[in-house]
Design a protein around this ligand. Structure first.
Ligand code: FAD
Length: 480
């Protein structure tokens, strides 16, 4: 192991939570080092490929009510609710104070996803750097703010283990650099900001109702912070919460493409048995859908998506960089989706059949069942009402123009929400509910959300608790 180095605060991860923690600790007078697992071209986690939108909270008290409503049957500790509510309101002033040109996003995310919930009047839409969505705008701004302060990001240096003293308090980190272990002392605290565990198949299988999902974001979110926290006795919270969305699997990468169907809603979802099973356009928010009047985590299952020539020709069913500059496949892997969907047919990403029966054969579905499903769907469209699942009338577009197309959609796991339990001061708690000395967490490694979350909520949470973690760590008396 190489020579020990010492800093006041060591931050693990250079996404939004890590950047906010490092900036606030530095601005409070602490010496700070960020350890980042990846090389610069792969660093930045989900923050880098996100929509970069930040929830604009209009009022702390109403925001707290909204968060309680969203948590529903999985209530959150009140100290966490209080910090979240006050600090998400403070995000805008803080970002502006460190030089951000924060603007309201126009034409997207204007309304709350859950207007019926008490407190939704706190939702003030999306804020973004220069009012721009995607395009790495928030990540680039935060990297600039770190550079301005001379805060070092040590790339290709994954944190492996936390160091503790005899009382179990965290005193530093063992990391790895160029195949060598290095030991780094943190006099005032370590901040876990390593993102979620969505790219770790064992952890996903253990905690989520999914098996080997495709990803929307970083493939480097392997749950390192979760494991390090568990190893020093952290309690865990809401491990089964997540944000998944149906995606078109990319056979060449661990990622999937976002399925959009914005140009024509002529498509249906069928289960592996060839039957529809849900209102494809059920009321839904980030990672939950309203099923029989209860919000549940959705989607969790593989399904076939079926459409016809008219939908194929109407426009791309997944949006490219020019329309939606988010997602790892689009932004980092530089993978493209064709404007007319034909390149994807050519590559076998979409399967094609001249008839529904021919399509069914390729999906390994009973042709008679799929034909029956499509016939019923077309009858419902002609009648102007979906008697099976009550899909909205505007989207009752028949599938009657061959050839027909389909793909097998996987739940695309965008991020996980569970991790080490933390309190309102961003301190990680042990299984007795006591803070583990010197250990803080923020962002996806330990998000606030136990069930529902609205647009921009994750960035707001990462920035809010990142800032609190950095500030609290910097204010801690230095360990001898
Ligand atoms: C496609 C997409 C779009 C999204 N759009 C939005 C949006 O518009 N608004 C919103 O609110 N939320 C959005 N989200 C969610 C949001 O991006 C994340 O919740 C947020 O960025 C998480 O920030 P973070 O700092 O916790 O983690 P990340 O941004 O994932 O950063 C974690 C960092 O830790 C590093 N790391 C991992 N392990 C180690 C280790 N052992 N040692 C050192 N470093 C390590 C990683 O390489 C990474 O750089 C989106 C997510 C995706 C995938």
């Amino acid at each position: 192991m190489s020579d020990n180095e010492t800093f006041d605060v060591v931050v693990l991860g250079s996404g939004a939570a890590g950047a906010a923690a490092a900036i606030s600790a530095h601005d409070a007078g602490a010496s700070v080092l960020i350890l980042e697992k990846c090389a610069p071209d792969q660093a930045g986690g989900n923050t880098r490929v996100s929509g970069s939108s930040i929830f604009h909270s209009l009022d702390a008290e109403r925001g707290a009510t909204y968060l309680r409503s969203l948590a529903d049957r999985f209530p959150l500790p009140e100290d966490v609710v209080h910090t979240w509510a006050t600090e998400t309101v403070a995000n805008a002033d803080w970002l502006t104070s460190i030089g951000a040109n924060l603007q309201k996003v126009v034409g997207y995310g204007d309304q709350p996803e859950y207007p019926e919930l008490d407190g939704s009047d706190a939702y003030g839409g999306y804020l973004a750097i220069d009012g721009v969505l995607g395009h790495q705008v928030l990540w680039e701004f935060l990297m600039g703010a770190l550079a301005e302060r001379g805060i070092e990001i040590r790339h290709e240096t994954p944190a492996r283990r936390l160091l503790t003293d005899q009382r179990g308090a965290v005193t530093g980190v063992i990391a790895e650099h160029a195949g060598t272990e290095v030991s780094i002392t943190a006099r005032r605290g370590v901040v876990l900001a390593t993102g979620g565990f969505q790219a770790n198949p064992e952890l996903v299988q253990q905690y989520l109702p999914l098996s080997e999902p495709k990803l929307w974001g970083t493939p480097h979110a392997t749950g390192d912070g979760l494991k390090m926290a568990m190893a020093v006795g952290a309690d865990l919270w809401h491990m089964d919460n997540m944000m998944s969305i149906s995606g078109v699997p990319d056979p060449d990468t661990p990622q999937a493409w976002y399925q959009a169907f914005v140009f024509r809603p002529g498509f249906i979802w069928v289960a592996p048995d060839g039957r529809r099973f849900i209102n494809e356009r059920a009321k839904a928010g980030h990672g939950v859908a309203l099923l029989n009047d209860v919000y549940e985590v959705f989607p969790t299952r593989r399904m076939h998506v079926v459409f016809d020539e008219a939908t194929r020709a109407a426009g791309p069913i997944s949006l490219g960089k020019e329309m939606m500059a988010v997602g790892w496949n689009v932004m980092i892997n530089d993978r493209h989706w064709s404007a007319d969907n034909l390149a994807e047919v050519e590559r076998g990403i979409l399967v094609k059949g001249d008839t529904i029966a021919e399509l069914a054969e390729q999906l390994d579905v009973d042709p008679a069942v799929l034909e029956d499903t499509v016939n019923r769907w077309n009858e419902a469209c002609a009648a102007g009402a979906d008697p099976y699942f009550g899909r909205d009338a505007q989207s009752l577009v028949p599938l009657d123009r061959g050839p027909y197309y389909a793909y097998t959609a996987e739940p695309m796991l965008a991020w996980t929400n569970g991790g080490p339990r933390r309190n309102g001061n961003a301190q990680v708690l042990n299984v007795w509910g006591e803070p583990i000395g010197g250990l803080y967490a923020a962002g996806e490694v330990s998000s606030t959300y136990s069930l529902g979350k609205d647009g921009g909520f994750h960035m707001a949470d990462a920035l809010a608790f990142g800032r609190v973690a950095g500030r609290e760590a910097a204010a801690t008396a230095a360990a001898e």
